[in-house]
Design a protein around this ligand. Structure first.
Ligand SMILES: O=C[C@H](O)[C@H](O)COP(=O)(O)O
Length: 173
């Protein structure tokens, strides 16, 4: 199967900025939302780089469709390897890309479609990956949640930190 290469969007990198290096990705069922959120975040001063790993068309010929497991794992590997900080991924439900990203050691990915869960995914769980479903929520809510999510930062001195650390005990088993 031919898959589209990871690409950095022209003009999305602001050299010297200490901002977030954010991966955006989707399968064919989430590509419209991914592209909309990419456009919405292009000028966000909190982001230094957007890495668009595709897919980049919703009417792609079969050869260019990238099933959700490849999208989630590719995003997780970029974070694991230190090439990105966080990712927002889309598929039909958000579930498939979350499961896939969680297969990568050290990655904590979750699907969230409400404001409170989006907040707690970072503050309680230190998730580096947020996933949403194009077939589940409206695009305006998805865009709002994406913008909220990148505004949260995990506090390693918080009471939640020791709970998150327990997760690493089970990685690589
Ligand atoms: O979690 C899976 C996603 O929703 C995917 O986009 C659609 O998967 P399906 O075609 O197997 O339903």
């Amino acid at each position: 199967m031919t898959t589209e290469p990871a690409t950095t969007m022209p003009g999305s990198t602001k050299p010297g900025s200490p901002g977030l290096r954010l991966v955006l990705g989707a399968d064919e069922a989430g590509v419209d939302y991914k592209n909309r959120i990419l456009a919405d975040l292009q000028a966000d001063p909190r982001i230094s780089e957007i890495i668009d790993i595709g897919v980049n068309r919703s009417d792609a010929p079969e050869d260019f469709v990238r099933p959700y497991p490849y999208v989630g794992i590719a995003a997780g590997e970029l974070i694991r390897d230190g090439l990105a900080d966080r990712a927002i991924l889309f598929c039909g439900t958000g579930i498939g890309v979350a499961i896939a990203a969680n297969k990568v050691d050290g990655i904590r990915a979750t699907t969230a479609h409400d404001s409170f869960s989006v907040e707690r995914s970072v503050l309680s769980n230190d998730c580096q990956v947020l996933t949403m479903g194009q077939r589940v929520i409206g695009v305006e809510l998805a865009s709002r949640l994406a913008r909220e999510w990148i505004g949260y930062t995990f506090d390693p001195t918080s009471a939640s930190a020791d709970k998150v650390k327990v997760l690493t005990t089970f990685e690589g088993c």
